[in-house]
Design a protein around this ligand. Structure first.
Ligand SMILES: [Zn+2]
Length: 334
């Protein structure tokens, strides 16, 4: 099953676009490797409105949100999670409107040892060569974000702390709309999607995006939580998903099923690879990603690493040491 990706040709930066009778969207001019064409901020309702994912601390973007809602009241500032392309503008918006902020909680801080353990500093064979790094820079469709040296870094907004902490099932009510928080850890542990009751749709944040699969970084994110959070969406009856990056997803249940199948397929590939004997992460990547250029093997290694943690918890694989080392072997579980 291939994933039916959806693309966006013209993000129309700074202009407000109606995506349904009660949802408007303004895209911030922050295209990048994690943000696609940029952060799509949603305006929910009319007259009294909620802002979902105000975006990066970009004054032009905040001015565009304020101008799109002029004559209306911004009563709620709602955040899906604490990555820097989602929550920082909440402070600028709050200064302008006085509206309270809503979210699951502050950015998760992992114990230092865990962070160190999850940094794959010794996957020497997977790192892009200096020539490949130059090639990536030349061929990248989007500008480099903050010169980040790790392809998987999606920096956290350490300053965000919601005025109102909300959890799974909590309702946020405005004049004409009701949002229901759906806790969806995986991409990050404090991720919330928001069901829009009146339209039977879901603001899916970075949990489900139409243009790409989500990054599941360790230790902030977790593959087992991610898979559970995907399955949780199958029981809902949403007509559309509205991700924070890229356009709406028209057949969200089929799309979510394809995402689940994609990850299960990767897991099966790992099991198949280990059937011929124990392998290290670099060996697994080399065997599994034969069609993928070497410059992307580092990112593939982190994905395989997230899968292995998940599979080890379920007893599907066994390991003889620290997963980040070139020399650690994984073998089939019981
Ligand atoms: Zn994110």
């Amino acid at each position: 099953m291939t994933i039916p990706y959806v693309t966006e040709i013209d993000p129309s930066y700074g202009n407000v676009v109606e995506v349904s009778s009660s949802i408007r969207r303004v895209v911030a001019n922050n295209p990048g490797r994690f943000t696609y064409t940029g952060t799509g901020t949603y305006i929910v309702g009319r007259g009294q409105v909620a802002i979902i994912d105000p975006g990066p601390a970009n004054e032009e973007h905040v001015a565009a949100i304020l101008s799109a809602t002029s004559g209306e009241e911004i009563s709620h500032i709602v955040v899906t999670h604490t990555h820097k392309d989602h929550s920082p503008a909440s402070r600028l918006l709050q200064t302008a409107t006085g509206a309270p902020t809503y979210g699951f909680g502050s950015h998760p801080v992992a114990p230092k040892e865990e962070v160190l353990r999850s940094q794959p500093t010794t996957w020497d064979t997977l790192f892009p060569t200096p020539e490949e790094i130059e090639e990536i820079k030349r061929s990248m469709p989007f500008p480099d974000d903050e010169g980040s040296e790790h392809a998987q870094d999606e920096p956290g907004d350490m300053a965000f702390s919601p005025d109102v902490e909300i959890g799974h099932g909590d309702l946020i009510r405005g004049g004409t709309w009701t949002l229901e928080a759906v806790h969806t850890p995986g991409h990050i542990s404090n991720h919330l999607c928001y069901g829009f009751k009146e339209e039977k749709s879901l603001f899916s944040g970075d949990h489900v995006m139409g243009w790409s699969t989500s990054v599941i970084p360790s230790p902030e994110g977790a593959m087992d939580a991610y898979m559970d959070s995907l399955r949780l969406l199958l029981d809902r009856n949403d007509m559309f998903f509205y991700p924070t990056h890229g356009p709406r997803i028209p057949e969200p249940i089929a799309f979510t099923r394809a995402l689940i199948a994609h990850r299960e397929n990767r897991e099966q590939q790992i099991i198949n690879c280990l059937s011929s004997g124990p392998k290290t992460i670099p060996e697994l990547v080399t065997a599994m990603y034969t069609e993928t250029p070497h410059i992307l093997h580092m990112a593939a290694g982190q994905s395989v690493y997230s899968h292995l943690i998940h599979m080890a918890k379920k007893g599907k694989v066994a390991t003889d040491g620290e997963a980040n080392a070139d020399s650690t072997f994984f073998s089939q579980g019981r």
